[in-house]
Design a protein. Structure first.
Length: 275
């Protein structure tokens, strides 16, 4: 296995490739992502452990969506079973996926717990006490403003704390599945790959922010031209599904270009990485 060092512009190319794959098979790719959402929603209904199990399945589901993108890119139709490919590639890889999932769930729950220290739920309690609506008077209430600041600080802290988790797990499931890398090494190589290609991943993230903001702006513009705000409200969910599905499809290309096997053609600049 070889770690490839890619130019910064590659990050924008990953975004375009993810969008291209989506538009080749929009219903199939969006359908698989919706299956993933539906599965996590159903699991969250389980008492006590539902949310934890849903979190633990995210690494395996992510590599399943990457596998679907690979199929579409190769000109094949992505079957629904691909979503579970992480658990269908032998007992060793299935166990590794479960370990990755458990670690991911543990770290995310830790982030949630730490961020909750800044937000004791006061904002939600105040809104619930007002019947679930936010009025102009509420926004000028010092108590509401203080609770809102605490809530925003909590969200900001959670975002900052989640970033290293994202780096750790960005490539880890794919390394386990396609390169048979042990769990600990997969987390290490994932981190190294993201850090060594930081400029490409920075541009990648900025490009997705631009796509998201552009989609929202287009939706709001159409809504304003039609004079109907319900157009924007109704379109927000399918737009979010579309962008999220394209994002998950693009993950395959970020992995493919960051790592190559012994038989793959490597970019001009690369670094050996022993598995």
């Amino acid at each position: 296995m070889r770690l490839n060092i890619v130019p910064a512009a590659t990050g924008a190319r990953w975004v375009r490739q993810g969008m291209r794959v989506f538009f080749r098979r929009p219903l199939a790719v969006a359908g698989l992502f919706f299956m993933f959402l539906a599965l996590t929603a159903l699991l969250s209904w389980l008492p006590l452990i539902g949310d934890v199990v849903a979190l633990a399945l995210i690494p395996a589901a992510t590599v399943g969506l990457m596998a679907a993108a690979r199929e579409v890119d190769a000109g094949r139709f992505p079957m629904p079973a691909l979503l579970f490919t992480g658990f269908r590639s032998g007992p060793v890889k299935a166990r590794a996926m479960l370990v990755l999932g458990a670690l991911y769930a543990l770290l995310v729950l830790l982030v949630i717990g730490l961020s909750a220290l800044l937000d004791d739920g006061r904002l939600a309690q105040m809104i619930a006490g007002s019947g679930g609506s936010i009025t102009r008077e509420m926004l000028t209430d010092p108590a509401i403003q203080d609770a809102l600041r605490s809530s925003m600080n909590s969200i900001a802290l959670a975002s900052v704390l989640y970033l290293p988790i994202s780096v750790l797990f960005w490539h880890a499931p794919a390394l386990v599945l396609w390169h048979e890398v042990p769990v600990v090494k997969s987390l290490f190589f994932s981190t190294i790959a993201v850090l060594r290609n930081a400029s490409a991943y920075l541009l990648y993230g900025l490009a997705w922010i631009g796509v998201t903001l552009g989609g929202w702006a287009l939706l709001l513009t159409v809504s304003a031209l039609l004079g109907n705000l319900n157009v924007a409200v109704s379109g927000m969910f399918p737009l979010s599904i579309t962008i999220a599905a394209m994002f998950y499809a693009s993950l395959w290309f970020s992995f493919r270009d960051s790592f190559s096997g012994p038989d793959d053609e490597a970019p001009a600049t690369d670094t050996p990485a022993s598995a």
